[in-house]
Design a protein around this ligand. Structure first.
Ligand SMILES: Cc1cc2nc3c(=O)[nH]c(=O)nc-3n(C[C@H](O)[C@H](O)[C@H](O)COP(=O)(O)OP(=O)(O)OC[C@H]3O[C@@H](n4cnc5c(N)ncnc54)[C@H](O)[C@@H]3O)c2cc1C
Length: 415
């Protein structure tokens, strides 16, 4: 056997799992299709301060500290939620991902870049991974593999457990811009409305006083490529264009965001699927760093225990099921909540979004409650109190309530 575990993908999720397993003395190989770790950079890189603490990560690659957010409605009303302390960081994913992968190598893992896994095959001897490196196909064998190959996972496709519905059908696009006017260094700006970002929202995420990551995400069936929506947002949005028009545009990227929920199975014989590949993402915001890295730790914990078994036993799906149980226990309800919340948000018309904005905006005590108690990684915790307070004040229209019930209670909810 060449390795105990082969990990496909040296993103933050693959490297997190590799580090724990290498620290525990296992023989680990990571395959990464790109030549530079963390590149191309498609992510905004926002991670909560609490997540960094919980994951026990050093603050590496931090470009900006964030204290709050300004939300713009489709009809341009806005409100700001701000804390006195740093709530989140914006990471340079190249620096962050490289640091994570270097830690794995220092801990004893092997890393091959420019190596695209093309096929896996499972036999009673272990899992063979065929990969293409410098135009040559090679095959290595390990006792088990971790698929951390990101959105639209090739491994999940090969195993027949990837579905379009799970993928969620959203495409994210982003440009790094310089020379931006009238932004605050520690406040992200979020813009809602179907004209500019149907099915999600647009963002300006500062990287200093005049530089930002400007992006949006849209439904892939919105009629135009995501990049066209972004160009229109930059040049025509009544508020954002005043800040962005004519600014220098740097690196751009287009990348899917799996917002449709998790795969129905995240383990298979000899295979564990983690991170974006498994759909472990907040469907409301598209954020997957914290959930993915948390689940990677749980995957490595399960494997560290199960690798003491014979390969024959280890290869059985049931031996890996502890991983699925543990991530569902920690995040299953929260991810399911975020899928319902995304379906609710997607069902609202621009007028209804504006109505909700106004209801929130008028209530200073509710906004200060959200800024004090809100936690972007655990959004379900404040949704009930917020909806409860809006209901008590009679601030929710019947059609919004109906859509809320339909999204959260499903087909059991009849008009
Ligand atoms: C526009 C945009 C903005 C985002 N902003 C945020 C944000 O602010 N905060 C946040 O938390 N999340 C954000 N996300 C989501 C975040 O980027 C992902 O959740 C996170 O990168 C998932 O990590 P991962 O390791 O699972 O996958 P990835 O980071 O995608 O890594 C997968 C790795 O696998 C490699 N790979 C794929 N296939 C193969 C193969 N066959 N062989 C070998 N290697 C392979 C890839 O090259 C890649 O390096 C954003 C996403 C997008 C698209």
């Amino acid at each position: 056997m060449d390795y105990d575990v082969t990990i496909i993908g040296a993103g933050p999720v693959g490297s997190t799992a590799a580090k724990v397993l290498a620290d525990n003395g296992f023989n680990i190989l990571i395959l990464e299709e790109h030549s530079i770790i963390g590149s191309p950079q498609h992510c905004t890189g926002k991670i909560s301060a609490e997540a960094l603490r919980e994951l026990d990560l050093e603050p590496v690659g931090i470009l900006q500290e964030i204290r709050g957010a300004t939300f713009y409605s489709p009809s341009l009303e806005s409100f700001t939620i701000k804390s006195n302390t740093t709530q989140a960081y914006i990471l340079d994913r190249r620096v962050f991902d490289t640091w994570l992968s270097e830690r794995c190598v220092k801990a004893g893992a092997s890393l091959i870049t420019n190596a695209r896994a093309t096929r896996i095959s499972i036999s009673s001897f272990g899992v063979s991974v065929e990969f293409k490196c410098q135009d040559k196909y090679q095959t290595i064998r390990s006792r088990v593999i971790i698929a951390a190959d990101g959105a639209n996972s090739g491994v999940a496709r090969q195993l027949g457990i990837y579905t379009q519905e799970q993928a969620g059908g959203k495409m994210g696009v982003q440009i790094q811009m310089k020379g931006i006017r009238d932004i605050k260094e520690d406040i992200v700006e979020l813009y809602f409305g179907r004209i500019y970002a149907p099915g999600f929202f647009a963002w300006i995420v500062p990287l200093g006083s005049d530089e930002a990551r400007v992006g949006l995400c849209v439904n892939i069936h919105s009629g135009k490529p995501a990049m066209n929506y972004l160009r229109e947002f930059v040049s025509k949005h009544p508020v954002a264009s005043c800040k962005l028009k004519g600014c220098f545009m740097g690196e751009s990227s287009v990348h899917p965001i799996p917002t449709g929920g998790t795969l129905r199975r995240t383990v298979s014989d000899g295979v564990i699927i983690v991170g974006d590949a498994a759909g472990q993402v907040k469907s409301t915001t598209g954020g997957g760093l914290y959930y993915g890295m948390s689940c990677a730790k749980l995957a490595a914990k399960t494997l560290s225990k199960e690798l003491s078994q014979s390969t024959e036993k280890l290869l059985r799906r049931e031996s890996l099921a502890g991983y699925e149980r543990s991530w569902k226990l920690k995040l299953g309800k929260e991810i399911a909540f975020s899928v319902k919340a995304r379906s609710f948000l997607d069902s609202l018309s621009d007028n209804e979004v504006t109505y909700l904005f106004n209801a929130l905006k008028k209530d200073d005590s509710l906004l200060s409650f959200i800024s004090k108690e809100g936690n972007v990684d655990w959004q379900s915790r404040i949704t009930s109190p917020v909806i409860g307070r809006l209901l008590k004040k009679g601030a929710l229209k019947p059609n919004i309530l109906y859509k809320f019930g339909r999204s959260f209670l499903g087909t059991a909810f009849k008009k």
